[in-house]
Design a binder for this molecule. Sequence first.
Ligand SMILES: O=c1ccn([C@@H]2O[C@H](COP(=O)(O)OP(=O)(O)O[C@H]3O[C@H](CO)[C@@H](O)[C@H](O)[C@H]3O)[C@@H](O)[C@H]2O)c(=O)[nH]1
Length: 485
Amino acid sequence: MADRKTENPHAIFIPFPLQGHLIPSVLLAVKLASKGFTITFVNTESIHHSIIKSSSQSAINGSHHHDDGDVFAEARKSGLDIRYATVSDGLPLGFDRSLNHDQYMECLLHVFSAHVDEFVGNLVKGDVSINCLIADSFYVWPLMISKKYNLVNISFWTEPALVLNLYYHMDLLKKNGHYDPLDKHEDVIDYIPGVDSIKPRDMMSYLQATDTNTVSHRIIHKALFEDARSADFMICNTIHELESHTISTLNQMQPFYAIGPIFPNKFTQKLVSTNLWYELDCTRWLNNRPLRSVLYVSFGSYAHISKHDLAEIAHGLLQSGVSFVWALRPDIVSSNDTNALPLGFEDKIKDQGLIVPWCDQKSVLSHPSIGGFVTHCGWNSVLESIWCGVPLICFPLLTDQFTNRKLVVDDWKIGINLCEGNLVEKEDVTKKVKGLMIGEKSSELRNEIKKVKTTLQDALALGGSSQRNFDQFISEVRIKTNNMK
Ligand SMILES: O=c1ccn([C@@H]2O[C@H](COP(=O)(O)OP(=O)(O)O[C@H]3O[C@H](CO)[C@@H](O)[C@H](O)[C@H]3O)[C@@H](O)[C@H]2O)c(=O)[nH]1
C-alpha cells in the first residue's frame, strides 16, 4: 500500500509580498495543512526580514518570538507539515519598497519570476512529492512556472469575486468606452456577465485611471486578464451568499471556490507571525472605555494618503469629541515624512485618542468598546469588521477599495461614506463620525451588519457554503494530483 503521505498534495505556496495578502495566505496555508496538505510556504527575503524584526521587537516587550527565524516553527510543533523558505524578490534588503513603489512593482513584474523559477526548480529536484503551486492571482508567472515543473496551478484571490470578474472583462470595458479611452463614458456599466450594474466610479482605481501605461496596469493585464484565468483552480476569500450571481458566472469560466472568510481560530491565532510592523497592545486603553464608545481608524498596510487629507481627518476626529484608536503607519504619507500629523495634534487629543503604528486589528475590532471603523475598505478589514459587527465609515484610497465601498455602503448597507465627493473636509468627518457613533443611523447599520455577519457565520459552519467549497476544492485537488502520478 502506498504511503499515505505521498497521496497528500504537496504545495509550494507563494503569497504576494504585501501585508494584506500575506495574512490570509498564512491562514489558508494553515487551513490546508490541517487537512493533510504538505505546504512549503515561501516568503520573500524582504518580507521575512520585516516579520523577524517586528516580532523580535514584540519579544522584547513580552510577546512570543521565533528564535530560529522560522515563522512556521510553532505550527510545525503542533503537528502541521508546513515547511518554510525564502526567496529574493530581486532587490537588496535595505531598499525602501514603500518609497519606491513603482520600481518595486517593476521588479516583481520582470525580475522576481527568474528567482522563483530557479527556486522552484531546485526545490522540485530535491523533492518529488511537490505537485501543486499556490500563488497569489496578482503574479504574472504562475502559468509559466506550473507548466515548466508540471504542478497543479492554484490561484489565490484575496479580493471580492466582483473585482476579479471586472478584471476578467477588461476587453468588454474597453470596447464599451469604460476603460482606457481618453474620453471615458460615464454611463452605468450593465453589460458584464455576472454584474447587474456598476457605476464607472465604483470600479477599481486601475480601471478608472486615465494613464494606463503604468507598471500596475501592466501587472494587472498580464496577471489577471491573461494568466489567472488559466489556473486549474481559483480560490477566493469571499462568501458565496454575498456574491452568488458573480460567482456562478466565474464558475462557468474556471473552477472557482468561495471559501471565506479565512480567519484564524483560537488555535491558529498566534501560531504564525505575520506582522510587518511592531504591534502595540491597545487592550488596557480600551478596557477603560464605555461600550461602543470608541472609533477605530486604519487605512491598512499599503495605501498612502496626502498630508492635507490626513490633517482634515485628524481635526475632524478631534472636533467630534469621540474617542478613537488610530493605527497609523509611519509611512502613511511617505516613508520620507514619518511625522505627518498636524503639529501639536498628539498633545491636543490628550486621552481622547490613542495613536499606534500597528495593532492587533482583529482583537481591537472585537473589543466591546469599539463602535465604528473608519476604513480604507481593504477587503480583509471589511470582512473582519463584519465578523465583529462593527459598522464602517468608508474612505477608499486605491485599487479594489472603491468597489468594496460600493458593496459595503450601496449593496449591503452596513456602512456610510466619509465624504461624498473627492475632497475630505474636517466638518464632514466630524458629522459622519458623530452620525455613526451617536446618531440614529447607528442602530440601522448595526441591524444590517448583524445579518451579514450571520451569513459569514453560516458559511463557515458545518455544512455551510464555504466549508463545503473548501472540502470540495480539496478533494478535486487530490483527484488531480493523484492522476498526475
Ligand atoms: O494596525 C493594523 C492594521 C491592519 N492590520 C491587519 O492588516 C490587514 C490589512 O488588510 P486590508 O484591510 O485588506 O488592507 P491592505 O493592507 O491595504 O490590503 C491590500 O490587500 C487587500 C487584499 O487583497 C486589498 O483589498 C487592499 O485594497 C490592499 O490595499 C488586516 O488583516 C488587518 O487586520 C493589523 O493587524 N493591524
